[in-house]
Design a binder for this molecule. Structure first.
Ligand code: MSP
Length: 513
């Protein structure tokens, strides 16, 4: 298996963490856990994006240095990682020396190769996003920022530019050869549409502020925050160090998945691969651009003050548990091309239907029957699993494919269906009736052994999403797991099986929603 490198965007330190950041990080965390479970050499990176005009401005408003502001908010993001128990291998901050040094080295290489040149530029500038738009695009946007809604301004600068226009043909060939590069398909089509408008060179430096990485050789310029930021995916691996071949991490590149929100697709799907081409480095294997969480039908915004921030999230994790929160994020989130609406009533419904009534109920039911009829000892299965080993094997392959495709909804649904299958099997075979007939002892033993094995398989496949609950469940169904291919039959005859209450039934919250 290839090594498995996955990245989140690095988050701006002028915002406090909210559901959007937590969501993307959760998706990556689930994927990383799944790949580790499969035995892949996995590396999961997240971090903070700390330079740029916005940070400089916010810091000034608060009467502090940009570095102090960055330190304060990077700590907020690190705290979020801790609260959620994310399994990231590293946390990169763009103000770290390792990053600054390597970005300067990469930019020097780009300049030496002719991919970066000094030129003059005029265009439509989105001050909030620090991004230029072409005339066509600006017109499409109604000359307003697609993010903040504020008017775009006409701006002109002498700057260093990246020769994106020179990569049009190579990018087109790359997209044609890699039609799965951008997920989901709708986003791929969007990018292809914009590609047809023709590529324009992009400024890679700024002179109107100083909070950034100095442009090597011309230090009145600082490197544009987006160019600085994109390199984090490489600098975290030490791929831009003089002795990068000696780095223990450089083999992780190219990333298997770079997961982002849809609003930053152009940078990741077009500018980034072109920069990598200019550096003779391979493009990431896939970019997955998910959509947005909205809340009760409305976009979340500062002006509405309706962000689902960590404090709001905590009311859910306190009430339902962290795994239930992860479950809702993964199964009901905006993984694909449509936005997802966060409603607490819906959260409650899904928790009750899927976790309480399905996963929890099935594990408790099976554990209880093994307890009652076999003193909590895994009985022997004279039927060798019946149809279950095959059914489990197909669920496992579908699950692996779902992970490969970043279809985390399918990766949740497969094992959930397996659990539903166990419930149905119990309802059909009626072990509680068989138990009354001593002639049926072997049949009863086989049925309950099969149910236990299947609960174990499903629980293993659910560990990436529900790490602590499934660890608890597995403790009662055959014990801890080791990495490798998941297979039917992990519980030895004679092992202890315990009944457990995994997901408590909870009264719906009284607040509206
Ligand atoms: N710093 C840049 C990214 C640089 S990556 C080289 C940035 N940072 S950000 O703090 O604004 O984070 C944006 C990311 O947060 C989105 O791409 C997405 O992953 C996540 N989300 C922010 N709001 C979101 C929602 N409402 N819903 C889902 N995710 C969203 O852009």
């Amino acid at each position: 298996m290839d090594s498995a490198y996955i990245t989140t965007p690095i988050y701006y330190v002028n915002d406090r963490p909210h559901i959007g950041h937590a969501y993307t990080t959760t998706l990556c965390d689930v994927w990383a856990r799944a790949m580790r479970l499969r035995g892949a050499d996995t590396y999961f990176l997240t971090g903070t994006d700390e330079h740029g005009h916005k940070v400089e401005k916010s810091a000034k408003e608060r009467g502090m240095t940009p570095q102090a502001l960055a330190d304060e908010n990077a700590a907020e993001f690190q705290n979020m990682l801790k609260v959620f128990g994310f399994s990231n291998n590293d946390f990169i901050r763009t103000t770290q020396e390792r990053h600054v040094r390597q970005v300067q080295a990469f930019v020097t290489r780009l300049r030496d190769s002719g991919a970066i040149y000094l030129g003059e530029f005029e265009g439509w500038y989105d001050e909030g996003q620090e991004e230029y738009h072409t005339e066509t695009r600006a017109k499409e946007l109604g000359y307003k920022s697609p993010v903040s809604g504020r008017p775009l301004v006409r701006a002109r600068e002498q700057n260093y530019y990246f020769k994106l226009s020179g990569f049009q043909a190579r990018l087109e060939a790359f997209f044609a050869a890699n039609p799965g590069f951008i997920q989901p398909q709708a986003r791929f089509n969007e990018v292809m549409g914009r590609m047809r408008e023709g590529l324009q060179d992009v400024p890679v430096t700024r002179t109107n502020f100083s909070w950034g990485i100095p442009f090597p050789g011309d230090e009145k310029h600082v490197i544009y925050v987006w160019i600085d930021a994109l390199f984090n995916y490489l600098t975290a691996l030490d791929a831009g160090s003089a002795s990068s071949s000696a780095s223990a991490k450089v083999h992780y590149w190219p990333a298997a998945y770079q997961v982002i929100g849809k609003e930053i697709l152009w940078f990741h799907a077009v500018i980034w691969p072109a920069m990598l081409m200019a550096l003779d480095l391979p493009a990431p294997r896939r970019i997955h651009a998910h959509s947005f969480w909205i809340r009760d039908g409305q976009k979340m915004s500062k002006s509405l003050g309706n962000f689902i921030d960590l404090a709001v999230i905590q009311t859910f994790t306190d009430r339902y548990g962290l795994d239930a929160w992860r479950w809702y994020m993964v199964t009901q989130g905006p993984l694909d091309a449509t936005d997802a609406d966060f409603r607490s009533g819906h959260f409650h419904e899904m928790y009750t239907a899927e976790l309480v009534n399905t996963v929890g109920n099935c594990a408790s039911r099976v554990g209880a029957m093994v307890g009652k009829y076999f003193d909590g000892v895994m009985p022997a299965d004279v039927e060798n699993g019946g149809a279950w080993p095959e059914r489990c094997a197909s669920t496992v392959s579908n699950w692996e494919k779902a992970i490969d495709d970043f279809d985390l909804v399918a990766a949740a649904r497969g094992p959930l269906d397996l659990i539903r299958g166990v419930d149905l099997f119990i309802n059909q075979t009626e072990p509680f009736k068989l138990a009354k007939d001593s002639q049926q002892r072997d049949r009863l033993a086989s049925i309950l052994a099969q149910c236990s094995q299947v609960v174990r398989v499903a629980s293993i496949l659910l560990t990436p999403i529900l790490p602590s609950k499934m660890e608890e469940c597995l403790a009662g169904f055959g014990g801890a797991i080791s990495a490798g291919r998941v297979a039917y039959g992990g519980i030895a005859t004679g092992a202890r099986i315990t009944k457990m209450a995994l997901f408590p039934r909870i009264e719906p919250a009284t607040e509206s929603g």
